[in-house]
Design a protein around this ligand. Structure first.
Ligand SMILES: [Zn+2]
Ligand SMILES: [Zn+2]
Length: 98
């Protein structure tokens, strides 16, 4: 890949707006590439963004300290101790990738 960042970088940032994000393949067969904001959402914000076209993810830390996005199902515990984040919607510039 043509990633200029050296291996071992702790975080990733959106190339457009430099917001801290986490890009990860999720799903049963790593079918979906998600770029999630690392800013945790308040319960009010979660209710606001929980629309058919915007997903919320549960950000858990593995034993090795690696952040991992988990699908937030309908029966997700409301008192979940992990951070809940949503997909990064870049506001810096219109995307010209596609
Ligand atoms: Zn959770
Ligand atoms: Zn961005």
């Amino acid at each position: 890949m043509s990633r200029p960042r050296a291996a071992g970088a702790a975080d990733s940032r959106c190339p457009s707006c430099a917001a801290p994000v986490l890009a990860q393949w999720v799903g049963d067969r790593a079918a979906l590439r998600i770029t999630a904001d690392l800013t945790p959402l308040t319960p009010e914000q979660q209710a606001a963004v929980r629309t058919p076209n915007r997903l919320i993810w549960c950000l858990v830390q593995t034993r090795h300290g690696t952040p991992r996005l988990r699908w937030l199902s309908r029966w997700h515990p409301p008192d979940c101790p992990h951070r809940h984040v949503t997909e990064h919607r870049c506001t810096a510039a219109p995307t010209t990738l596609f």
